[in-house]
Write a protein that binds this ligand. Structure first.
Ligand code: IPM
Ligand code: MG
Length: 359
């Protein structure tokens, strides 16, 4: 029996996670997979109900589940809360408490969506990369942190970039293992020319790389990497990087892939994982049936693959999504008025994927 926790969250999170779960239920039911899905509030929705972005009960549910499906959290309503109570804290707590240190963010362009990318066709065509972002360390969690009062009446804001050898080793191994199943190239991204912490990062990654003589390892500074991502996205295979650099570079990579609404992610510790679209809660279009559910649907495919070794079912979802795109279904974020395309809402997009699975 597969036990899943569902945290749809806020804004379009509830809409896209809803479609992802519909797809999953259809697939499980039609393949006689036994499962149960238990749902709870997180983010702003949880704050409104319990005055906390995530409750002990929700955390327990996540810990006991085999995998977690996550929508998105946040919105203007909760932006002025203290940082500890903000919706984003739910996400960070789940990542940290479940020790989901490996965040996998693939970015691949569908030929049909090349026009949705702001980049030139010949630059983006054929792009297929995997960003491996360290997710439970670095400046997101380092101590000391906070805003402190100085004697002269000024304030001082502090965050700390910290990585230990172990933390770097385990994420590097993940990147090299993934590269082995792909084009056998790892690019480690750091700022080793300025930050000692990432100097250590570079040398530890190199050490791990010695155990993978069949994989080519190169290094790049993050500023250069952000330029090369736009200049020659095709050249990237696996990128391994720190928590914050990975956050930034993965948003950038979404423009190569056409829309952030297309990009899924997995946050892993072994088989245990949390699966979510990389986009946020998009309050501006929430509740209007406009959001693209593809990222959430593809996240569920990642779950089948990484948590349950159900590669065949994962491929069914991926193929169905590809077919739906080929057949011209477009949510607003990827709609370009091209011949043979049809502007659809969140629900119709989700249903189109299920109809494809029925064939
Ligand atoms: C992401 C998001 C989160 C992050 C926010 C919502 C805390 O931007 O998953 O990329 O910074 O990690
Ligand atoms: Mg981000």
């Amino acid at each position: 029996m597969i036990k899943l926790a569902l945290f749809a969250g806020d804004g379009i999170g509830t809409e896209v996670a809803g479609e992802a779960v519909n797809v999953l239920k259809f697939l499980f039911d039609s393949n006689s997979v036994r499962y149960e899905i238990e749902e709870d509030l997180v983010g702003g929705a949880s704050y409104d109900e319990y005055k906390l972005p995530i409750t002990e009960k929700a955390l327990k549910l996540a810990k006991e589940a085999d995998a977690v499906i996550f929508g998105a959290v946040g919105g203007p309503k909760w932006e002025s809360l203290p940082i500890e109570l903000r919706p984003e804290k739910a996400l960070l707590t789940l990542r940290y408490d479940l020790d989901l240190y490996a965040n996998l963010r693939p970015a691949k362009i569908y030929d049909e969506l090349i026009d949705a990318s702001p980049l030139k066709k010949d630059v983006v065509q054929g792009t297929d990369m995997m960003i491996v972002r360290e997710l439970t360390g670095g400046i997101y969690f380092g101590q000391p942190r906070g805003v402190f009062d100085l004697e002269d009446g000024q304030k001082k804001g502090v965050n700390t970039l910290v990585y230990t050898t172990k933390e770097i080793e385990r994420i590097a191994k993940i990147a090299f293992d993934i590269a082995r199943k792909r084009r056998k190239k790892v690019l480690s991204v750091d700022k080793a020319n300025v930050l000692e912490c990432t100097e250590l990062w570079r040398s530890v990654v190199a050490g791990v790389g010695k155990e993978y003589p069949d994989v080519e390892l190169t290094n790049m500074y993050v500023d250069n990497c952000s330029m090369q991502l736009i200049r020659q996205p095709k050249s990237f295979d696996v990128i391994v990087t720190t928590n914050m650099f990975g956050d930034i570079l993965s948003d950038e990579s979404s423009m190569v892939a056409g829309s952030i609404g297309m990009l899924q992610s997995a946050s892993l510790n072994g088989k245990k994982g949390m699966y979510e679209p990389i986009h946020g809660s998009a309050p501006d279009i929430a509740g209007q049936d406009k959001a693209n559910p593809v990222a959430a649907i593809l996240s569920v495919a990642m779950m089948l693959r990484y948590s349950f070794d159900m590669d065949e079912l994962a491929e069914k979802i991926e193929n169905a999504v590809e077919k739906v795109i080929k057949n011209g279904y477009r949510t607003a974020d990827i709609y370009s008025n091209a011949q043979g395309t049809k502007l659809v809402g969140t629900k119709e997009m989700g249903n189109a994927v299920i109809d494809e699975l029925k064939k």
